[in-house]
Design a binder for this molecule. Structure first.
Ligand code: NVA
Length: 315
């Protein structure tokens, strides 16, 4: 059966409006308090969860979220499926869409997930692409909301690789939530100009702001939330020596205790994980009192459950 209505997808952070993002975060708080209160996948209906890249948190949290909503998570190994080579993306989309209530996909290019969404006939969710990691940002915003009580007007400073999926999703997702977003990154690793322009436009509408700088101290100075990410994203393993070596341009952007001390005294530290202690973050920070990374990791479950509920059931 194909769906009669046009499905909603979540391929990038700004596929939700600001009001919808706020609704999803509120629903996540409700589902965290009452985990089995919404059952849109009762049956159980299958959700296909496909991984073309490694995973731990994303697999476990989507499996838990789908099960909690009454459904059955079917995890598909992308190495077996070989989407786009053994079988075209649009044929795969039609096949999965006929047999799944939704499709969750971690893959490489954003163009791949856009093609999946164009032909699936059911909601498609981005579980990380080279360009965006929007589910992680929902979990991060939920964590900030829990620890700070509100979002709009807070300042978040991200230091590290400014051109990766996390930086791009912080730009869009935090701008939507009305935060002031600062990206501190070497000149050669600036965010995509198109994504930066879109984030600037959203920030202007939501009362926040966007700043990109090559000064790590200016990025973190006085902020409420300090974040970083690995310098070697999945698919960049060949550049590991350059990116993590002593001469790496990212070295000044490591979250050391000294850098953390320039944030607000009650600042929290976030990291999407996996973390590489001694590279992008010192152990004393990620394992220290300001770190909320385990809340953040748990919140993947609640945020994704709320997102799936929104995409399947609406407001
Ligand atoms: N930027 C990282 C995020 C991991 C969750 C990567 O793409 O590997």
């Amino acid at each position: 059966m194909t769906s009669q209505t046009t499905p909603r997808h979540f391929l990038r952070d700004d596929d939700l409006t600001a009001a919808e993002q706020a609704l999803v975060l509120q629903r996540a708080l409700e589902l965290k308090a009452a985990p089995f209160s919404r059952r849109p996948l009762e049956g159980p209906r299958t959700v296909s969860v496909v991984f073309d890249k490694p995973t731990l948190r994303t697999q476990v949290s989507f499996a838990g979220a789908i099960t909690g909503l009454g459904g059955h998570p079917l995890v598909v190994d992308g190495n077996l499926a070989q989407i786009g080579s053994r079988e075209s993306i649009d044929d795969t989309a039609r096949i999965l869409g006929r047999q799944s209530a939704a499709i969750v996909w971690r893959t490489h290019g954003q163009d791949r997930i856009e093609e999946m969404a164009a032909h699936a006939g059911v909601p498609v969710v981005n579980a990380l692409t080279d360009d965006f990691h929007p589910c992680q940002i929902l979990a991060d915003l939920l964590t900030v909301l829990e620890h700070k009580g509100s979002l709009a007007g807070l300042t978040l400073g991200y230091v590290g690789d400014g051109a990766n999926n996390m930086a791009h999703s912080y730009l869009l997702g935090c701008a939507l939530a009305g935060l002031h977003v600062r990206i501190g990154t070497p000149d050669a690793h600036q965010p995509s100009p198109a994504i930066l322009a879109r984030a600037t436009e959203i920030a202007a509408a939501q009362g926040g702001s966007v700043l990109v700088t090559d000064d790590p101290s200016a990025t973190v100075d006085g902020v409420d939330v300090v974040v970083t990410d690995t310098w070697v994203s999945m698919g960049m393993e060949g550049e590991k020596g350059d990116r993590q070596g002593a001469q790496s341009p990212f070295v000044p952007f490591a979250v050391t205790e000294a850098l953390m001390a320039s944030a607000a005294t009650d600042a929290i530290f976030l990291h999407c994980l996996p973390a590489y202690r001694g590279f992008e973050v010192e152990a004393a920070v990620i394992d220290g009192p300001q770190s909320v990374v385990w809340d953040e990791a748990e919140n993947r479950l609640h945020a994704q459950k709320a997102l799936l509920s929104f995409l399947l059931e609406g407001a």
